[in-house]
Design a protein around this ligand. Structure first.
Ligand code: DGJ
Length: 723
């Protein structure tokens, strides 16, 4: 049988079946129209080894002598005794391809197991892969793991993954690929602050815009593992799986379990090519929000760092008036509006507007907001409950724990986290109560937006005494889906103590993620850069916080905070009533710049320069015209700390059309404000900064422009327009 060959912008995926099972024999560069006979890749058989070729299967299996991480781990209960059918031998049943998609069915009739694999290579080069295992037997089959993984070429010798913590999400770490397995495990019951948004293997020293890279992302918001597995024969697989708890998935006869999707991209032009594949997929979705779908992303004012729990109608109306004056388009009332919520110790679960704070409901505030032309958004945390709440007192059995009975009846309660616990959405009554409350709020009030928070890990998470993170994750997804179906016009933001739920599972259901509770622009530069590896800027919330950051104590100029927020879905989280005089004018100017450039930033190609000076970050967004190349771009040159040399020297601007000439202008600082703030230290800035300049894309990429001696934690903003 001929191999299946899926192709898309520079990428080929070849699936061969000549060993009797499906194996991916190539995932990487486009191979053109013709392929040789697949047996060309049959390996020699080394001494003292199995007497056959060992395929790196689509679902690698011990029955083919694969010695690395197996695709399927599980066993059957026969007459109630576990441990049977532990080694499934899947053989190909069918392999069909329809354009850029393929469906592969493999089965082991003796073990009573069928696995169906769905693969799609999307037009922008992003691969989507899922397995589904079905129990065809007559007794229960326990799935311990069903992993999605792909082989990478032998020249992938380095790994990059991301890690973090609260207020420092998604920072990179790198290592060489060596024999053995590098595993990133998430046991948070949610995606996690430390979760690796992507795991990338690449050629030596691969960077932003050079080297070959093979990257994977697991689209799941519960427990999970991502891994790179280099086996003794030298082959490397990268992938991930849902991390299942004890007997969490036991398939009765006829039942199936489907993995989360593994998304994967190959690039021969460094990490920027990986982002292009992900962005292209996001922007092709019919429900995508952003410039690509014609929906401009509104300027946001979020009340959290402005007032925290101190909700007073007069203050909030003043804040709304001040926001409207600035040009804000969406006003989001954060935590503190519902019954009993005067701090973070009480009220979660009682999703009724607090009658003492809001005797006339939310309507007076909503009217104040909407009458000034802004949308109204509301904060909720539907999956959580405080013990000090009416709902917890009425239904202690709805509070998740490891025991079969409620904590009121002697069961154990997991340790508190921000004084809160998790509501058992696997319990249909609890799910319905939460659905009904949020549905009522949305039906009774003019709410356009929900900021959906999730402020704790799911620890010792059980339903009726059995582990249930898997079911809880699916039940939470159902809640998002049902509320979205009932209120399709309401956009939902995924927040989780900042950025602890950032993954493509939740992003199928939400229009924005809150990348971090850290509004410190310096920290945000790194957080947004690596979040933006996968998630396009129109979906990544970025706010101008107070002058002195509430989470780090650092003080930054408004320009640095604003230029950082401009490259996301822009907003403010600041008591803007206190912003007066020149500072208010400057804030209005940046809001204007966002409105002017959001169409470009939210639809263009992300470019990150490989800058040898580690104290500089250069990134931008380039708008490509369909036939004539890049026509406009917005770049930030960011100084993160002091540099080694007296002069930063020339900084190259990659990613523009080499054959076109561009007009370059500094839009911050603009000519009139060359000595603005503390951005520079030099006596005389480079002349082009005030006068602008003209140069070809080739010149800008190869020679670059002399940069000003930027002070640390400052940035300049440059616009390039094709002439
Ligand atoms: C954590 C979020 O990340 C914050 O933005 C804020 O919404 C608080 N929760 C409210 O409790």
């Amino acid at each position: 049988m001929h191999p299946l060959h899926l192709r898309s912008v520079g990428t080929s995926l070849v699936i061969s079946t000549h060993h009797g099972e499906a194996e991916i024999t190539h995932w990487g560069a486009d191979l053109g129209d013709t392929l040789p006979d697949p047996t060309i890749l049959n390996e020699p058989i080394p001494p003292s080894s199995i007497d056959a070729n060992v395929p790196a299967g689509l679902l690698p299996q011990a029955s083919s002598s694969w010695q690395g991480r197996p695709g399927l781990r599980g066993h059957r209960y026969t007459d109630g005794v576990p441990g049977f059918d532990f080694s499934v031998r899947l053989r190909l049943v069918s392999a069909t391809s329809d354009g850029n998609s393929a469906v592969i069915v493999q089965a082991d009739p003796d073990a009573g197991i069928t696995v169906t694999t769905n693969l799609t290579l999307h037009p922008g080069g992003l691969l989507e892969l899922r397995h589904s295992v079905t129990n065809d037997g007559t007794s229960p089959f326990q799935v311990d793991e069903l992993a999605t993984m792909l082989p990478v070429a032998p020249d992938a010798v380095e790994l990059l993954d991301l890690t973090g913590r609260w207020c420092r999400e998604r920072h990179p770490q790198r290592r060489a690929i060596q024999q053995g397995t590098w595993v990133r495990t998430g046991r948070h019951g949610r995606t996690g602050h430390d979760s690796s948004l992507l795991l990338a293997a690449g050629t030596a020293g691969f960077g932003n815009r050079h080297g070959k890279v093979w990257a994977t992302h697991l689209a799941w918001s519960g427990n999970h593992e991502q891994f790179a597995d280099n086996v003794a024969d030298g082959r490397t697989m990268v992938g991930g799986s849902e991390l299942l708890g004890p007997a969490e998935v036991v398939l009765q006869p006829g039942e199936s379990y489907t993995t989360p999707a593994l998304f994967a991209a190959y690039s021969d032009r460094g990490l920027d090519g990986i982002s292009e594949a992900f962005y292209s997929w996001f922007r092709s979705r019919p429900h995508h929000v952003g410039a690509a779908s014609g929906k401009a992303r509104p300027v946001v004012l979020n009340t959290w760092e402005a007032v925290y729990f101190d909700h007073k109608l007069d203050t909030l109306i003043e804040l709304a008036e001040s926001a409207a004056d600035l040009g804000v388009e969406r006003f989001v009332l954060d935590d503190g509006w519902f019954r009993g919520r005067r701090g973070d110790h009480a009220g979660l679960g009682d999703w009724y507007v607090d009658e003492t704070l809001w005797p006339n409901g939310l309507t007076p505030l909503i009217d104040a907001v909407t009458s000034r032309g802004m949308e109204f958004g509301l904060w909720v945390e539907p999956e959580m409950v405080n013990l000090d709440s009416d709902i917890a007192r009425a239904h202690p059995e709805w509070i998740v724990g490891p025991s079969a009975v409620s904590y009121k009846d002697g069961g154990r309660l997991p340790l508190g986290w921000r004084q809160q616990h998790v509501i058992d959405l696997v319990n249909p009554d609890a799910w319905q109560y939460i659905y009904d409350r949020i549905d009522a709020l949305l039906s009774e009030n003019n709410i356009s937006y929900l900021k959906w928070d999730q402020n704790r890990d799911l620890l010792e998470h059980g339903h009726a005494g059995r582990t249930s993170v898997h079911e809880q994750t699916l039940a939470a997804y159902r809640l998002f889906d049902a509320l979205h179906a009932a209120h399709p016009g309401v956009e939902i933001e995924s927040c989780s103590s900042g950025g602890a739920r950032v993954d493509l599972g939740i992003l199928e259901r939400t229009g924005r993620i809150w990348a971090s509770d850290c509004n410190d622009a310096l920290e945000r530069q790194t957080i947004q850069r690596w979040t933006g590896m996968v998630v396009p800027p129109e979906l990544v919330g970025g706010h101008i916080g107070p002058t002195t950051s509430h989470t780090t104590g650092r003080t930054h100029d408004l320009s640095f905070r604003a230029i950082t927020a401009l490259f996301g879905h822009f907003g403010m989280e600041w008591d803007v009533r206190s912003v007066t005089g020149e500072e208010r004018e400057e804030l209005k100017r940046f809001i204007g710049l966002y409105k002017e450039h959001r169409g470009l930033v939210h639809s263009g190609r992300m470019v990150r320069a490989d800058v040898p000076d580690e104290s500089l970050m250069v990134h931008g967004v380039v708008a490509d015209a369909p036939t004539s190349g890049a026509t406009a771009a917005l770049f930030a040159v960011v100084k993160t700390r002091t540099g080694f040399s007296e002069l930063p020297g020339r900084v190259t601007i990659p990613g523009l059309d080499p054959s076109r000439t561009y007009r370059v202008e500094a839009i911050f600082p603009a000519p009139g404000d060359a000595d603005y703030g503390h951005t520079f230290t030099e006596a005389k800035p480079a002349p082009w900064l005030a006068s602008g300049a003209e140069a070809s894309g080739r010149f800008l990429a190869e020679v670059g422009l002399p940069m000003p001696v930027l002070n640390p934690e400052h940035a300049i903003l440059l616009r390039f327009t094709a002439l």
